[in-house]
Write a protein that binds this ligand. Structure first.
Ligand code: PMP
Length: 285
């Protein structure tokens, strides 16, 4: 996977994919001083590209460093990567991190901030689940309080919980995990936000301790335009019993129906299909 053809943008230049390497004393590797974005290009254009670049800079500020590139420079880097690799429909990964340097300990202010952009073809994130409904396990790991970690940042440190939850779910034969938050409310999946349907209305966890995804915001706006009531609120796990439909939203996941969470079953219903189709049309418009 490392030793392949392709071009990656790193610290201001396009270089060979196989040469995009870092030193083993990279601060981010030891202390998670890293933020990133996951974006998708459709027909040659990245959906909400500027919003992603802005979020990258904001995530870095939340964990105490500044991305040394402006939003426009990040935009240009992404365009250069798509062009250099001849990609029109692709997943785009932008990463900014504290490199190696004088600071070998926890502090990192003296180490340079670095940035890279890579892109590759990546189909449906949940494979067949896109049609039939993903199966989720309920994780034992909880999303932390915003007083424990800046949970609005798309920062590497927050993903340790996600990786462990997803490994555990996969070992149980599920596609992903649904995590609860530190209070025990329903939070999100490991790389996507979650929505439920009951009696024609939509319920989604209030994004007060996890990423308020750009796809989540897009889908909420879309539902409101369709005249559907959306409740952003705290959801108890016991409420899963009463929900009829469920789907996940995320840049990689797009809109993916959920068929099962733990012992609770959901139908891939008309509203779920409608939202998935409308989202697909919007990103390609
Ligand atoms: N939550 C987590 C933990 C994620 O990794 C993602 C994907 N970035 C999301 C939610 C959804 O965010 P977005 O819609 O902006 O991709």
């Amino acid at each position: 996977y490392d030793d392949r053809d392709g071009r990656i943008w790193m610290d201001g230049k396009l270089i060979e994919w196989r040469d995009a390497q870092v030193h083993v004393l990279t601060h981010a590797l030891h202390y998670a001083s890293s933020v990133f974005e996951g974006e998708r290009a459709y027909n040659g254009k990245i959906f909400k590209s500027v919003a992603h670049s802005e979020r990258l800079r904001r995530s870095a500020e939340l964990i105490d460093f500044e991305v040394p590139y402006s939003v426009q420079e990040i935009e240009d880097a992404k365009t250069a990567v798509l062009e250099a690799n001849g990609l029109t429909d692709a997943y785009v990964r932008v990463l900014a991190w504290r490199g190696s340097g004088e600071d070998m300990g926890v502090a990192s202010a003296r180490n340079p901030v670095r940035m890279a952009v890579a892109a590759w073809e990546w189909g449906a994130y949940y494979g067949d689940a896109k049609m039939n409904g993903a199966k989720l396990a309920i994780s034992k790991w909880k999303r932390p309080s915003p007083e424990t970690i800046p949970s609005a940042a798309k920062a590497a440190g927050l993903y340790m919980i996600c990786t462990m939850s997803k490994h555990d779910a996969e070992a149980k034969g599920c596609s992903d995990a649904m995590m609860l938050d530190y209070r025990g409310y329903v939070a999100e999946a490991t790389g996507a936000n979650i929505f439920f349907v009951k009696d024609g209305e939509v319920h989604t966890p209030k994004a007060d301790c996890f990423l308020n995804g750009l796809t989540r915001q897009t889908v909420i706006a879309m539902l409101k335009e369709k005249g559907i009531t959306v409740h952003e609120r705290h959801i108890e796990p016991a409420e899963l019993e009463g929900f009829e439909q469920c789907w996940l939203t995320g840049t990689a996941a797009e809109v993916t129906p959920v068929g099962q969470i733990g012992d609770y079953q959901f139908e891939v219903g008309a509203l779920t299909r409608d939202v998935a189709t409308s989202y697909e049309a919007l990103v390609r418009a």
